[in-house]
Design a protein around this ligand. Structure first.
Ligand code: AMP
Length: 428
């Protein structure tokens, strides 16, 4: 029997891994400029963290978690999202204790959800995320969204669309939940079993229901914006104003609520072209109550997460390739005779130690076959060592772009800061 990767998971092969590296490196560089530091949490957590943090009635907790008991009977869950673990870690390590503390952290890593696999939806996938603790100003909401737009631009995307909405503060949501309860009671027969339950336990979660019949009746309900109090309205309007001043383009989407219980005030998503049904690559919002809910000091907070696989699909759809940073110095070392292989290996070793990326396959080849392999490996340079070179103590260096070549001593080769210098020396 041939063993295969489990349904909904994927091996990330080398051709694909370079995309992940590019997304992670760019995240580190862009988020670093905004003052974010990396935080890594375990892949599994106690199940209770997600039940309390994400919410029992969310799809994630009620249907999609990989939960198991360990050998001592403790209930553990493979993390389905990154925010609750980050908050748990911030509290556990007392990072939010001091008054007025502001901390910004980012993460990347594997997440697990038992969903029906399809294009852009897997059971193990990779998310990057950012979380900003300790600031209740709408300036923080705008700064976060502007930074995420800058991240997508740094990756090479031009047409990013931020969808934004507010779900208001606790008071506004209580008023809206009361209204939703009434509306849901009137249409109870048309609802699926889940929504009939949610109508009692957590009415706002009916807005995420994917059943067509539920969506049809819910579309006629009054929008949350009718129930916002002054504080919620002011927070939202200020966020939009600052976004405009920062030249971030957005559209308001009054139906956007996002499927987590922890959000307050601003919620947003960013969609990209070329992804079909799963076009949201990034989602986030403010979660002012979550730190306290998980046992920490009352701390305003906000954050977002993006799916790396979906970003890669979008990169491919619009033709963005990860940059090949080695391509200008990549060098193919070739031994022409059996007697030169060890010497060629020493040359390859010395070049590698001095920082040059080298391709050398530990065997002899004809000059022609070596040249072909160098081109296939996308090398910019070729260093050739044959009997003649061994005798003269020199090597042949070939520039594969301009197809020029020079003979230099090994010492000179290793000490050259770029191989271009070798050509300039010989032409003067
Ligand atoms: P969420 O944590 O649900 O807000 O999702 C944030 C982002 O993670 C989404 O916009 C997607 O890019 C990505 N994502 C969520 N679920 C999956 C999944 N099952 N497979 C692949 N990517 C996902």
């Amino acid at each position: 029997m041939v063993l295969k990767a489990p349904r909904g998971t994927k091996d990330i092969l080398p051709e694909e891994a370079i995309y992940f590296q590019f997304l992670e490196d760019t995240a580190r560089s862009v988020f670093g400029r905004w003052g974010y530091e990396e935080l890594r949490t375990p892949i599994f957590e106690s199940t209770e963290l997600f039940c309390r943090g994400v919410g029992e009635e969310t799809d994630i907790v009620s249907k999609e978690m990989y939960t198991f008991e360990d050998r001592k009977g403790r209930s553990l869950t493979l993390r389905p999202e990154g925010t609750a673990p980050v908050v748990r870690a911030m509290i556990e390590h007392n990072l939010l204790k001091q008054q007025g503390v502001r901390r910004k952290v980012f993460y990347t890593g594997a997440m697990f959800r038992y969903e029906r696999p399809q294009a852009g939806r897997q059971r193990q996938f990779s998310q990057g995320g950012v979380e900003f603790f300790g600031c209740d100003s709408p300036l923080a909401d705008a700064e976060l969204i502007a930074m995420l737009s800058a991240y997508l631009q740094a990756l090479g995307f031009e047409n990013t669309q931020v969808k934004i909405n507010t779900i208001g503060n606790e008071t506004s949501r209580q008023a809206y939940n009361a209204k939703l309860r009434q509306c849901l009671a009137d249409v109870s027969e048309s609802l699926c079993a889940d929504c009939r339950r949610r109508a009692e336990t957590n009415p706002m979660r009916t807005l995420d229901c994917k059943e067509k019949d539920c969506q049809a009746v819910i579309a006629d309900f009054p929008p949350l914006s009718d129930f916002l109090d002054d504080e919620s309205r002011e927070h939202y309007q200020s966020t939009l104003r600052v976004l405009k001043n920062l030249d971030v383009s957005f559209v308001e989407d009054p139906m956007l609520v996002r499927g987590f219980d922890y959000y307050t005030h601003t919620v947003f998503e960013i969609c990209l072209e070329g992804l079909g049904a799963q076009d949201a690559v990034l989602g986030g919002g403010r979660f002012d109550g979550l730190v306290e809910l998980l046992g920490g000091p009352s701390t305003p907070a906000l954050g977002a997460a993006f799916g790396l696989e979906r970003l890669i699909m979008a990169m491919k759809a619009v033709g963005i390739a990860p940059p090949d940073s080695d391509s200008k110095s990549r060098t193919y070392v070739q031994a022409l005779d059996e007697s030169c292989i060890e010497r060629a290996m020493e040359v390859a070793h010395a070049l590698r130690q001095s920082g040059v990326p080298v391709r050398f396959d530990l065997a002899k080849k004809s000059f022609k076959a070596g040249l072909k392999a160098a081109i296939k490996n996308e090398c910019a340079w070729m260093v050739v060592i044959g009997e003649e070179e061994l005798d003269s103590g020199q090597v042949l260096v070939k520039n594969l772009d301009g197809a020029r070549q020079v003979r230099v001593s090994l010492d000179r080769l290793i000490s050259a800061s770029t191989f271009h210098d070798l050509f300039e020396e010989t032409s003067t």
